[in-house]
Write a protein that binds this ligand. Structure first.
Ligand SMILES: [Fe+2]
Ligand SMILES: [Fe+2]
Length: 391
């Protein structure tokens, strides 16, 4: 458990009562209804003031760590938030109780205070890709080796030969929260997108595979500059101001200018894919896809972003998390049928079959017809009716 170096709070850490007690860490994934947590550190992703039904206000917030996220509510004593002492993306120390609300775990928070970043052990907040670094490097080399066009190959070699950039490409997350939001997530996402793109291209053989691989490796390379990921995964100032699409575009512009004789047409084709890969203006793309390779890349990208988001949710559900979750990416609830269970399906079967006429006499019926019919008494009992026993 991490404590202040030398047993004292760092200079920048206000010596409040909360900071004099030791920081605790408890993975969000391990929380259960009834768990009481004291002085436990989480990353506060965001918070909002909400109106109470009977007047007044309460605070709703989202807390995160490497293992997941949880909603926290504060009914009172939330001045540390409203007074500006605790902001979004700050580390916070909370005392709270865990309970279930509408089928989801929630923290009812009694006390909250800001914790200085320097006092926090980052390993609790920086999840890591399940794919090993060696495997990532192997896949990277394999994709680069498939670029047969010497210009596209030269561009990829030029960009990734910058050691600091390659190091950040290996470690960067793919997102702050939506999908593959862990160290190594950018490489993992990049290779999934490339595999998707090349599979799509199998059906459209006029697609230029060297262009696809080059632009696929580079489509999100701006995320190496868009995010910070030393203590926590967050946007850098420049990342929020420019975004990874324009950052990646700038990188390609500069590297192409340094490669003697790099064909301008090829530069523009790569840049078009980077600029258009989100597909729509409202998703941050300044241009919409207009070439075969750009169309393929957009679809390959969104398939991995959406399916990775769903698979991560479903894995949490399998490990005891909620089976329904509101997804900001999909703007709807998504569902994981854990152990094949779909509540309500029995009732639906009972009600739908209740409308079917009684079965024919056994001698007239063909073997399976009517086997599943429900008697009217069974139906009423399934609906909760208290029926007297038959004489
Ligand atoms: Fe992107
Ligand atoms: Fe992407």
């Amino acid at each position: 458990m991490v404590r202040f170096p030398g047993g004292k709070p760092p200079e920048s850490c206000p010596a409040t009562e909360e900071h004099r007690v030791s920081l605790q860490y408890q993975p969000i994934a391990s929380l259960k209804p009834g768990t009481r947590i004291e002085n436990t550190v989480f990353l506060m992703a965001n918070w909002q003031l909400r109106p109470k039904r009977d007047g007044g206000q309460f605070v709703s917030m989202q807390l995160r760590d490497a293992s997941g996220k949880i909603t926290g509510v504060m009914w009172d004593s939330f001045e540390p938030l409203t007074d500006g002492g605790v902001g979004e993306n700050d580390f916070v120390q909370v005392t709270a109780e865990v309970l279930t609300y509408q089928g989801q775990l929630q923290m009812r928070i009694q006390r909250i205070s800001r914790v200085d970043e320097s006092a926090v052990d980052s390993k609790h907040f920086l999840p890591v890709s399940p794919v090993s670094a060696e495997e990532m490097d192997r896949q990277f080399a394999q994709f680069v080796g498939q670029i047969t066009d010497s210009d596209y190959r030269a561009l990829v070699d030029s960009i990734f030969s910058t050691p600091a950039l390659m190091d950040r490409f290996r470690r960067a997350p793919s997102a702050v929260s939506m999908h593959q939001a862990y160290l190594g997530g950018l490489m993992e996402h990049t290779f999934c997108v490339l595999r998707n793109a090349l599979k799509i291209a199998d059906n459209y053989p006029t697609a230029n595979r060297s262009l696809l691989i080059c632009a696929g490796l580079l489509h999100d390379v701006g995320k190496t500059m868009e995010f910070t990921f030393d203590k926590k995964i967050a946007y850098s100032d420049a990342g929020r101001l420019l975004g990874h699409i324009s950052m990646g575009n700038a990188l390609v512009e500069v590297h192409c200018s340094r490669i003697p004789g790099f064909p301008l047409a090829k530069k523009v084709l790569v840049q078009h894919i980077i600029l258009s890969h989100h597909g729509y203006y409202e998703f941050g793309s300044p241009k919409r896809p207009k070439t075969l390779e750009a169309l393929i890349m957009h679809h390959a990208d969104i398939v991995d972003a959406q399916l990775s988001n769903y698979v991560e949710f479903a894995e949490k559900a399998e490990n005891g998390g909620a089976r329904w979750e509101y997804s900001a990416m999909f703007e709807r609830y998504i569902f994981a049928p854990t152990e094949g269970e779909v509540k309500g399906s029995e009732l639906m079967r009972a009600l739908v079959y209740a409308a079917v006429p009684p079965p024919l006499a056994e001698s007239q019926a063909s073997p399976n017809i009517g086997e599943d019919l429900v008697s009217s008494d069974d139906l009423l009992r399934s609906l909760g009716a208290d029926l007297p026993e038959k004489p």
